[in-house]
Design a protein around this ligand. Structure first.
Ligand code: ZN
Length: 283
C-alpha cells in the first residue's frame, strides 16, 4: 500500500483524456498511469514503511525549483531568461514551479519543514547563472549550518531527453553515493512512473553520468540530495501530461512520499537538539 495515494488525488478531476487544450495538445489519460510497481529486489526494507507512518520530527526538506531565476528578467516580468527547455506552450520553468509548489504543499501536510532555495512568489533579482547557483547553494548551507543535518535537498527539473523515453529519473552526487542512493531509491519506488533506461536500473544515475560530469547543486550542498527529472518533454505522452495540474499533483505526491519514507528509514539518533532546532520545531 505504499502507493495508496495513486487514485485519490485524481478522482475529483474531470476526465480530460482525449480532449485538446488551447495549444492543441491532446490530453493523455492520466488515470491510466499508476505509480511504479515494485518488483524483484526493489521490494526491500524501503517498502516496509507504511505510507501512513509516524510524522518525522525535526526534518527539513530543501526544495530547489530548477531554472527560472538567472539571467535578465524577461519582458513579461516573470522569471529570468533561463527557462530550461521550451515545450509546446510551456517552459521547463513553468512545470518545475507548478510541481515544486505542489511538492512543498505535500511535504508541509506530512509535517516536514520546507525551505525553498528561492521564493516562487517573490523571485530574487536575476543574476548570471553561476551566481544564481551559488545563491541557491548558500541558502541551503546557511540553513544547514544553523539547524543541523536532519535534512535533504531535492532539485526539481523536467527533462528534454532525446531517447524519448517517458517517466522519472533521478541523479545523485557520486561523492555522496551511499546515502544519496537510499534517498534516490525511496523516491523512485514511489515515482508516478520510472523511466525505462537501458543499463540504468530504476533510472537512478550518479551525476558523473551527466554531460557535465558533476552537478554542483548536489555536491556543494551540505545535505544528502537528489536532482529529479520528473518527466521528459521529448516523449509525446509526457509532453501532454506535464501541463496538467492533476499530473503535477501525482508527480509531486510520489516525490513527497519517497522523501517521507526516506526519513522514516533514517529516524536519526535521539540527541540533545540545539536551541535553534528546538525553536524551529517547537520542541
Ligand atoms: Zn532543468
Amino acid at each position: 500500500m505504499v502507493n495508496a495515494f495513486s487514485k485519490t488525488a485524481l478522482e475529483s478531476e474531470p476526465d480530460l483524456a482525449g480532449r485538446q487544450d488551447h495549444n492543441g495538445i491532446t490530453f493523455a489519460d492520466v488515470n491510466a498511469f499508476q505509480p511504479a510497481v515494485l518488483k524483484g529486489d526493489q521490494q526491500n526494507s524501503l517498502q516496509l514503511v507504511a505510507a501512513g507512518g509516524e510524522v518525522p520530527k525535526t526534518k527539513t526538506v530543501y526544495v530547489d525549483i530548477g531554472h527560472c531565476t538567472s539571467g535578465e528578467r524577461n519582458p513579461l516580468g516573470v522569471g529570468g531568461s533561463d527557462q530550461g527547455f521550451a515545450g509546446p506552450g510551456y517552459s521547463e520553468c513553468d512545470i518545475n514551479k507548478a510541481v515544486g509548489k505542489e511538492l512543498m504543499k505535500e511535504l508541509k501536510n506530512m509535517g516536514l519543514y520546507v525551505v525553498p532555495t528561492w521564493d516562487v512568489n517573490n523571485p530574487p533579482p536575476p543574476v548570471p547563472k553561476s551566481q544564481d547557483l551559488d545563491r541557491r547553494i548558500d541558502t541551503v548551507n546557511r540553513d544547514v549550518a544553523k539547524y543541523g543535518d536532519d535534512a535533504v535537498y531535492v532539485s526539481i527539473h523536467h527533462d528534454s531527453d532525446t531517447t524519448k523515453q517517458g517517466g522519472q529519473c533521478v541523479f545523485y552526487a557520486a561523492t555522496k553515493r551511499e546515502e544519496s542512493q537510499v534517498l534516490a531509491r525511496s523516491i523512485q519506488a514511489n515515482a508516478w512512473q520510472v523511466r525505462e533506461r537501458e543499463g540504468v536500473k530504476d533510472c537512478i544515475n550518479p551525476d558523473t553520468a551527466t554531460g557535465k560530469g558533476y552537478l554542483d547543486g548536489l555536491r556543494r550542498t551540505n545535505a544528502i540530495g537528489v536532482l529529479i527529472e520528473g518527466a521528459n518533454v521529448q516523449n509525446p505522452r509526457d509532453r501532454a501530461l506535464m501541463p496538467q495540474s492533476r499530473f503535477q499533483q501525482l508527480e509531486a505526491k510520489g516525490i513527497a512520499q519517497g522523501i517521507f519514507n526516506y526519513f522514516n528509514l533514517r529516524p536519526g539518533q535521539e540527541r540533545p537538539y540545539s536551541s535553534a532546532i528546538r525553536q524551529r520545531f517547537g520542541l
